[in-house]
Design a protein around this ligand. Structure first.
Ligand SMILES: [Cu+2]
Length: 280
């Protein structure tokens, strides 16, 4: 064997070892090392596990339907049953939430055939997965069947804080986050520093479309929307926080909160919680 050939064999071996190490590395990144809980959404039902172990999970929402769907994760106060909460929600809508439960995030709205991830530290208790997105008839999806109980069992785990590339803050009524984010995988911490629940949903604008186009379409929808809903984090009660795993391709985006202000009845997006940003 010539020296050149030996060198090439050695190089190939090194490359193979390197690729192997990279693959092992990928498997243990923060996004994948935790248990993935798959939630499927369609018109008008969720498919999700009914019981899971406490601890840190990646909650992955995949939309198999046509309409927008989100997976709002709600933890019921101790002593509140799923049936009690479901009845109150049907009667009072989201006004029923503060007295009975805490909004603990979940996956923001995703367009049909899309999928998005958030990360949640689940403590034991009774949770609800619900979709508050309204259909064309004005009825929220939970009233059509998109509401499911989730029992979290076992012990609360004390785990170290996840690594994140930055913290985004939600206030009454604004987002504090960068104007530009890097493309590709990243985890961001999202904190609710306001006195109302907030969410940070993400819309990817169609090429050439602007925030004004999105607002005009929202005010008077006609034809397909000028954006794709690509997830983000769903409602978080005041003082709470969550983590979202993003893997955004380059483009123009909007962060938006659609939660209504009880006083005015207006969506928070109309009070300032809408922000354009770029991914490059
Ligand atoms: Cu809000």
């Amino acid at each position: 064997m010539s020296t050149a050939r030996n060198f090439r064999t050695g190089l190939l071996l090194l490359i193979a070892l390197g690729v192997g190490a990279l693959m092992l590395g990928c498997r243990t990144t923060s996004a994948e090392a935790v248990h993935v809980v798959e939630v499927g959404a369609g018109e008008f039902t969720f498919s999700a596990p009914q019981t899971i172990e406490a601890g840190r999970v990646t909650l992955r929402l995949t939309n198999y339907g046509q309409e927008l769907h989100h997976a709002q994760l709600i933890r019921l106060n101790d002593g509140v049953s799923y049936d009690q909460f479901a009845t109150a929600l049907m009667e009072e809508g989201e006004a029923a939430v503060p007295a009975m439960a805490t909004l603990v995030g979940g996956v923001g709205a995703v367009s049909g055939h899309g999928s998005a991830d958030v990360m949640v530290d689940l403590i034991p208790g009774t949770y609800v997965i619900a979709c508050f997105v309204p259909s064309g008839d004005g009825q929220p999806h939970f009233a059509k069947g998109m509401m499911a109980p989730l029992l979290v069992t076992g012990q609360a785990m004390l785990s170290s804080l996840p690594e994140s590339s930055g913290t985004f803050t939600m206030a009454d009524f604004a987002f504090d986050m960068p104007d530009s984010l890097p493309a590709g995988p990243a985890t961001y911490r999202v904190v609710n520093a306001g006195e109302q629940p907030h969410e940070l949903n993400l819309l990817k604008l169609a090429p050439g479309k602007t925030l004004a186009d999105a607002q005009a379409w929202e005010a008077a929808p006609s034809g397909p929307p000028p954006y794709q809903a690509v997830g983000g984090i769903n409602g978080i009660s005041p003082g709470g926080e969550g983590y979202m795993h993003l893997n955004l391709p380059p483009g123009d985006y909007i962060a938006i909160c659609n939660i209504p202000d009880p006083a005015s009845g207006q969506a928070h997006s109309h009070l300032g919680m809408i922000k354009a940003f770029t991914v490059r």
